[in-house]
Design a binder for this molecule. Structure first.
Ligand SMILES: Nc1ncnc2c1ncn2[C@@H]1O[C@H](COP(=O)(O)OP(=O)(O)OP(=O)(O)O)[C@@H](O)[C@H]1O
Ligand SMILES: [Mg+2]
Length: 282
């Protein structure tokens, strides 16, 4: 199973949008895909059309400090906790939903950080790709839990000072989690820095170009450049198109949207998917 996280330590940079886009493209290619929503605001859960789930990620992570018996095995519990996405989505999309109380886990002293990694072991052979949407809290326990479960991680960044700072801080956290001796996830790979929610070409300002240069300086070859897809400036990235917001509101995948702009976003999310998965026989 491939497992990919979208992570930045700043909000509003495209983590959830890129997660939903990758899920849509993976489903279109016939993969069994699981979206895991680590954000207590549950925006991805809502977009995937999941309402009032019986169990959520919060239940999977919770360890009762008073219990006399050891906590249950997440590799078993995961089968009860995942649900199919709502009716707007293909039937090969599954969701491990979020809910507001998941936020309590950030201050929970229990050692739950390896539980999603273990849960995914229980889905080996059933799910081809897990896509994790991670909240932007710096050094948070939920983010650590996702980064331990992930094999690859994308950092989305807007071409703003906040986008840049969030990306640089995310990189430090990723380096820490994957450092030899951290005991967390030595195999974690940076799949790439994804320029996201870019202004259209004519709206690109000097400040955007300035931030872009800083990002290229820090991330070098890890910046994902697909020159076959129309560029926003003199480099490529995911441009801001209102069809993205329309899909989110309608709780449907980008693959269900008509028009040129939807096609461009599909191209980009497909490009991310290519970086995320290991093709059979490759
Ligand atoms: N390519 C795009 N075109 C237009 N709007 C976009 C695009 N990508 C994201 N957005 C919009 O920008 C806003 C922020 O994006 P998103 O929610 O994906 O960011 P996030 O990093 O998950 O934010 P948060 O940290 O708050 O969870 C949302 O309203 C989203 O719909
Ligand atoms: Mg989000």
């Amino acid at each position: 199973m491939d497992a990919v996280a979208n992570y930045s330590e700043k909000g509003g940079v495209g983590k959830t949008s890129n997660s939903a886009g990758m899920v849509a493209m993976a489903a279109e290619q016939g993969l069994n895909v699981l979206a895991i929503d680590f954000d207590p605001r549950a925006t991805l859960t809502a977009e995937l059309g999941v309402k009032d789930p019986r169990f959520t990620l919060n239940d999977l992570l919770y360890i009762d400090p008073e219990a006399d018996t050891p906590p249950g095995d997440p590799a078993e519990f995961i089968h009860d906790a995942i649900v199919r996405a709502g009716e707007g989505w293909p039937s090969n999309v599954w969701v491990l939903p979020s809910e507001r109380p998941l936020g309590r886990r950030e201050s929970d002293s229990a050692m739950f950080e390896t539980r999603v990694r273990r849960a995914l072991q229980g889905l080996e052979g059933e799910i081809d790709l897990a896509v994790m949407d991670v909240p932007p809290r710096a050094g948070g326990k939920l983010a650590t839990c996702a980064l331990i479960a992930a094999k690859k991680v994308f950092i989305p960044a807007t071409l703003t000072t906040d986008g840049q700072l969030g990306a640089e801080q995310a990189l430090k956290t990723i380096q820490f989690v994957s450092s030899p001796g951290s005991g967390m996830n030595e195999d974690l790979v940076l799949a790439g820095l994804v320029r996201s929610i870019l202004p259209k070409k004519d709206d690109m300002r000097a400040v955007n170009h300035f931030v872009n240069e800083r990002l290229v300086e820090t991330f070098g070859d890890a910046v994902i450049d697909d020159l076959t897809i129309e560029q926003a400036g003199h480099y490529s990235g995911i441009v801001s198109y209102s069809v993205r917001e329309e899909c989110r509101l309608a709780c449907v995948p980008i693959t269900a949207a008509p028009g040129r702009e939807a096609k461009k976003l599909q191209g980009w999310y497909g490009e991310l998917l290519d970086h995320a998965i290991t093709r059979k026989g490759a």
